[in-house]
Design a protein around this ligand. Structure first.
Ligand code: FAD
Length: 432
């Protein structure tokens, strides 16, 4: 059995939704020529909502409220929308093999789906503790968070844990956002991670200190510089405690694990060029892979960043997923008119009443600025490399201020005096 499409989007996440919207806007297909194949049972949604609105104890976000592309203040693409647009949603369907020479995909139920042009939008998956030699993370009260299924499991675990203890493994943004959600759900939280401070890939020690102090005031305990080695479980298989490498035993009514992700590239191994550095499918500035009929977008794609002198990066951010998806569709439908992507990397997070944005690359010398206060925080940092701004972080900014720091990074604004930059702080970007 088999079906044939002109355009196939493989994956039904953030980038799939934004690619569909771009196709619909440009109208470059006829009814029945375009499909989305997704392992998930629901139409594409704004994944960041899963660690934010979805976990709130009251007034929680639920579908259809956060389907794409509402996260960018654009249309809400419900299943009805796809129907109206003549885009076929093939949901709950895992693709288990791909043959880019034959231009065919095979699903888990043995259906062959062929295409003329393929957009790979398979995103990434959460790394499992088993991959680090720790067994038993399939217990009913151990949660990961990548998809809505995981989020439902987490919500259920929180419901049966009120007033209890949670251990959060990992100090990245999933760990930080989940810890905040757990606290809001009246659960005591201990965070465990091997690094010296939270968000080690991005935060400076000073920025991390601010957030860790803030979390501590909310009742979160930090156990840093160590990792977990095993779980204690009861007769039903539920975790009751986490055992750490330094011998500590942390009682736990539930555990949340956020230890990183891996790009879903395996279907294309040996068929498409993979970026060695970033472990993603390598594409050019048109989001086109080493096979001209195949494009890759979102978390799975490693693409050249003009701002970083063409350095190839795989980004794990929602804004990048949205933009690369739209860019690929533009390149597919109007190749002559589509210039190579010129993307300014951008990442954000929101926890409790805090909210920050980061633009660019965190390399070079760091200059901090602003008010690191609890009542009305408004602080940040610039990264300066070879005399130019390469990255900027801001907590508590206004729309105009975030825009200003993004412009300073995008223009690689020249810095003559580091001390003066620190003194001027945000004004340096705003006055630009
Ligand atoms: P995904 O959205 O992961 O979609 C991939 C899709 O492909 C999924 O539907 C998956 O089921 C499907 N798929 C994979 N393999 C197959 C297969 N073989 N067959 C069929 N279907 C398949 N970024 C930010 O910038 N800020 C944030 O605050 C933020 N918060 C986040 C919070 C959470 C909880 C998570 C998980 C991510 C967050 N992100 C955030 C990251 C952001 O969501 C991702 O960068 C974005 O979702 C990537 O989009 P994508 O389309 O590439 O992949």
């Amino acid at each position: 059995m088999g079906r044939a499409f002109v355009y196939v989007i493989l994956g039904g996440g953030v980038s799939a939704g934004y690619a569909a919207l771009e196709f619909a806007r440009r109208g470059g297909y006829s009814r029945g020529e375009l499909c989305i194949i997704s392992e998930e049972a629901v139409a594409p949604y704004e994944r960041p909502a899963l660690s934010k609105g979805y976990l709130l104890p009251e007034g929680a976000a639920r579908l259809p409220g956060f389907h794409t592309c509402v996260g960018a203040n654009d249309e809400l693409l419900t299943p009805k929308w796809y129907k109206e647009q003549g885009i076929e949603l093939i949901l709950g369907t895992k693709v288990i093999s791909a043959d880019v020479r034959r231009k065919a995909l095979v699903t888990a139920v043995g259906e062959t789906i062929s295409y003329k042009t393929l957009i790979i939008a398979t995103g990434a998956r959460a790394l499992k503790l088993e991959e680090f030699g720790i067994q038993g993370s399939d217990a009913e009260n151990i949660c990961y968070l990548r998809n809505i299924h995981d989020a439902d499991k987490l919500v259920n675990a929180m419901k049966s844990c009120s007033g209890g203890n949670a251990v959060v493994i990992g100090g990245g943004y999933i760990g930080m956002e989940c810890a905040a959600a757990l606290v809001t759900n009246k659960i005591r939280v201990t965070m465990v991670f091997p690094e010296k401070h939270c968000m080690a890939r991005l935060f400076t020690p000073r920025i991390a200190e601010y957030y860790e102090n803030y979390y501590t005031l909310k009742g979160v305990t930090f156990v840093k510089g160590t990792v977990l080695t095993s779980f204690e479980k009861d007769a039903t298989g539920k975790v009751t405690a986490v055992i750490l490498k330094d011998g500590k035993r942390l009682p736990a009514d539930m555990v949340v694990v956020g230890i990183g992700i891996r790009a879903n590239t395996s279907l294309f191994e040996g068929q498409l060029v993979v970026s060695m550095v970033n472990d993603g499918i390598k594409v050019n500035g048109q989001m086109q892979t080493s096979e001209s009929s195949v494009y890759a977008v979102g978390d799975v794609a490693a693409f050249p960043i003009k701002l970083f002198d063409g350095d190839v990066r795989r980004l794990e951010h929602v804004d990048s997923a949205r933009r690369t998806a739209r860019h690929a569709v533009s390149a597919i439908l109007e190749p002559a008119k589509t210039r190579d992507i010129n993307y300014l990397p951008f990442f954000y997070s929101r926890v409790f009443t805090l909210s920050w944005q980061f633009y660019g690359d965190n390399v070079g010398e760091v200059v901090h600025f602003g008010e690191f206060t609890n009542s009305s925080p408004r602080f940040g940092a610039y990264w300066v490399n070879k005399g130019r701004i390469t990255g900027a972080f801001l907590e508590g900014g206004s729309r105009e201020e975030y825009e200003a720091i993004s412009v300073a990074v995008g223009r690689k604004t020249k810095v003559t005096e580091m001390a003066e930059l620190g003194k001027q702080g945000l004004a340096f970007a705003v006055q630009e």
